[in-house]
Ligand binder design. Structure first.
Ligand code: PLP
Length: 415
């Protein structure tokens, strides 16, 4: 069993890391939890939970506003979190890191603020066919508001996008390309650096949805040359309700604020307001400062685990799971790109994905079923949905075996 990993040159001690995640010790329906829904959200290590608890117990006060000691400490933690993110993604400046509520909020901010500043009637926005609704609907809404055109970059049967097709889609009126780093349904890892290089030749800005990409290997926004890169804390072992929008200073400084409120202003009279500097111009209202500290703790934790080693290990899990699932009669894997993150979508002939998901749940195996907020992606294959197993570095080969066994049983039970 699991020869792929047994023969691995870089042994990775997933069992050791599992102990950092209290939730992984629990049972469901009297069976050990097998959590394979990491694409939807990841579990949180003690380092994150303790950071949040310490913040509420010892420091909590609103940031940037008070002269008192706790407010100063809170502000310091928040701004330190910004620097941690800056280093993690290798942004050139801390003020290019904007804290948001999550990937969705970041993308909407760009669609509104970039859209207001740079998109006019008759302009074009390109989205890929494999986008999550979060990186599709905001662009549809922008196009409707502005009378702009949405153009679609389609993927092939393997779930890969062709750069030649992109080149053919871009024209004089193309203002922005919205593209996911990693598809949450197909697992495809898109070659972002090549995509931005091509887009920039045509003067097109690139919004990268990094919701899945952020946990897949080291992300270096300068090397990717992304104009914008959005992600959520909860998908990289951090808390919910916090996320990041990275934006190049050259864009952010020219974009109007999206939301008005406290903290984003310099001076306010009843007639007129002047705006604060970056990054505060885009952080109206009380920020989720404790979430930001939790996210920084998650990034530090993941760095200590070893980002590259964790990604390589997840890849081995992916290969093993792919091999094992492919051996099941009537099972078809959706998304077979050469470069894939640890996400497998599949369907079984004659079994509705929802039924598989329900049966797996009763066996303690948590997977996701449905269209995964990528309805056009599953429509491409003419499917009602898929079953999706998505892995993290704390998953084990034995858990892959549980998944495979449960899938076999689901098929026997429903046929
Ligand atoms: N983009 C992708 C590729 C995703 O997988 C998700 C979440 O599943 C999102 C965007 C939206 O993330 P959030 O709901 O955290 O804003």
């Amino acid at each position: 069993m699991f020869t792929a990993i047994q023969h691995s040159v870089s042994p990775f001690d997933a069992e050791r890391f599992r102990r950092d995640f209290p939730i992984l010790q629990r049972e469901v329906y009297g069976r050990p939890l097998v959590y394979l829904d990491n694409g939807a959200t990841t579990q949180k290590p003690l380092a994150v939970l303790q950071t949040i608890e310490r913040f509420y117990n010892q420091i909590n006060a609103n940031i940037h506003r008070g002269v008192h000691r706790l407010s100063a400490e809170s502000t310091e933690e928040y701004e330190r979190a910004r620097t941690t993110v800056q280093r993690y993604i290798n942004a050139q400046h801390p003020h290019e890191v904007l804290f948001t509520a999550g990937a969705t909020a970041g993308i909407n901010m760009v669609a509104n603020a970039f859209g207001d500043a740079f998109v006019r009637e008759g302009d074009e926005i390109i989205v890929s066919e494999m986008e999550h609704h979060s990186n599709l609907v905001p662009w549809q809404m922008l196009c409707q508001r502005k009378g702009a055109q949405l153009r679609v970059w389609r993927f092939d049967e393997r779930g890969e996008l062709s750069l030649d097709h992109l080149a053919a889609l871009m024209g004089k009126r193309t203002k922005l390309l919205a593209i996911t780093h990693v598809s949450n349904t197909l697992g495809t890892v898109n070659p972002i650096a090549q995509i931005t290089a091509l887009a920039h030749v045509h003067g097109v800005a690139v919004m990268v949805d990094g919701a899945q990409g952020i946990k897949h290997g080291k992300v270096d926004v300068q090397q990717l040359d992304a104009d914008f890169y959005a992600f959520s804390g909860h998908k990289i072992y951090g808390p919910t309700g916090i996320g990041v929008l990275y934006g190049k200073e050259q864009w952010l400084s020219k974009m109007p604020p999206w939301q008005g409120g406290g903290d984003m202003v310099a001076t306010v009279t009843l007639e007129r307001t002047t705006y604060n500097d970056l990054p505060f111009k885009f952080e109206a209202g009380t920020s989720n400062y404790i979430g930001a500290a939790g996210l920084a703790a998650a990034l530090d934790y993941y760095s200590a685990v070893g980002i590259e080693a964790a990604t390589a290990y997840e890849h081995e899990l992916l290969q093993y799971a792919t091999q094992q699932l492919q051996a099941i009669d009537g099972l078809m894997i959706i998304g077979n790109a050469d470069s894939k993150a640890a996400i497998i979508s599949f369907v079984q002939q004659g079994v509705h994905p929802y039924d598989t998901g329900m049966i797996l749940d009763k066996m303690g195996v948590a997977v996701r079923t449905g269209n995964h907020c990528t309805q056009p992606t599953v429509d491409h294959f003419g499917l009602p949905g898929t079953v999706r197993a998505s892995f993290a570095f704390y998953n084990t080969p034995a858990e892959v075996d549980c998944l495979v066994e449960a899938v076999r049983r689901a098929r026997q039970m429903t046929l």
